[in-house]
Design a protein around this ligand. Structure first.
Ligand SMILES: [Mg+2]
Length: 277
């Protein structure tokens, strides 16, 4: 069993609400999205009048895409438009960049979603290991569960359904909207979660991205960084681990197979204090 790496360990407490990121935290359906975005963005920048060499463009793109991961995709596209302008090009509407990226990514993941829907692919193959036990455990324990993703809401809902995990999110499933100012993970925390709980200490968040870990931590919740190695479905992704530590994660896990240990440590082994029902 993988262990839990603690940075700041809280006193055992009762949790009433949990927030989950989707891609890389629950779902592996979009595993491999980064090379698709890098490739497309470099292609766009190569066409600008003052484009650097391809290798330099690669580094520029990788830096800002990685930095903005976890926020809605549109922010990466807004940055792309700014980079086009900075190189003397005429940028498109960032929403158009997003549409083209979604189009390319969907080609890549369509087979996975269909495979799940038709039963050709087992759900376990496209779930972060152990996550369903956590969702089911918390759901049965009476927690309010929320899902918030930077991916467009319609896709998050469809993919959560394909993985049959949508039923656990009694607090709601939230994703990016075309009017991108109407959604952020911080807004879900501030507007949906915190008003419903007695204290921010009752709130726990799980994510593999910088943004959600920072948001949970800032809101006073317990932030669990999931440094999942999505391609291998085992072990720690060192780059994610570093970013999650920078974002202020209270602990790091590789995936959810360590749930028995994490559960024990969060609640101090007192099963009666585990959940408010
Ligand atoms: Mg993620």
């Amino acid at each position: 069993m993988q262990s839990v790496q603690w940075i700041k360990k809280p006193e055992p407490t009762s949790y009433t609400a949990a927030l989950f990121d989707f891609d890389g935290t629950i779902s592996l359906i979009r595993e491999g999205w980064q090379p698709i975005m890098y490739g497309y963005f470099v292609e766009v920048l190569k066409e600008t009048p003052r484009a650097e060499k391809e290798q330099e463009l690669q580094a520029v793109v990788q830096e800002f895409v990685d930095r903005l991961t976890g926020q809605q995709t549109i922010y990466q596209c807004i940055q792309l438009a700014e980079e086009v302008q900075a190189r003397g090009g005429e940028p498109q509407d960032p929403l158009d960049y997003k549409k083209e990226y979604n189009h390319r990514l969907l080609r890549h993941i369509q087979d996975r979603v269909q495979g799940l829907q038709e039963g050709r692919i087992a759900r376990d193959e496209l779930l972060v290991p152990g996550v369903e036990a956590v969702l089911s455990d918390m759901y049965q324990g009476g927690l309010q569960l929320y899902l918030a993703s930077g991916t467009d809401e319609e896709y998050v809902i469809a993919e959560a359904q394909a993985l049959a995990v949508d039923k656990y999110f009694n607090g709601g499933i939230f994703g990016a909207l075309d009017d991108y100012r109407r959604f952020s993970k911080a807004m879900v925390i501030q507007d949906r979660i915190l008003p419903k709980i007695g204290s921010s200490k009752e709130f726990i968040g799980f994510g593999d991205g910088f943004v959600e870990i920072e948001n949970v931590q800032n809101a006073g919740g317990l932030a669990v960084g999931v440094a999942s190695d999505e391609a291998n479905r085992s072990g720690i992704d060192r780059w994610k681990q570093k970013r999650l530590l920078e974002a202020g994660a209270h602990c790091i896990i590789a995936d959810f197979r360590c749930w028995p240990q994490l559960r024990q440590e969060l609640w101090g082994g007192n099963e009666h204090a585990v959940f408010h029902v």
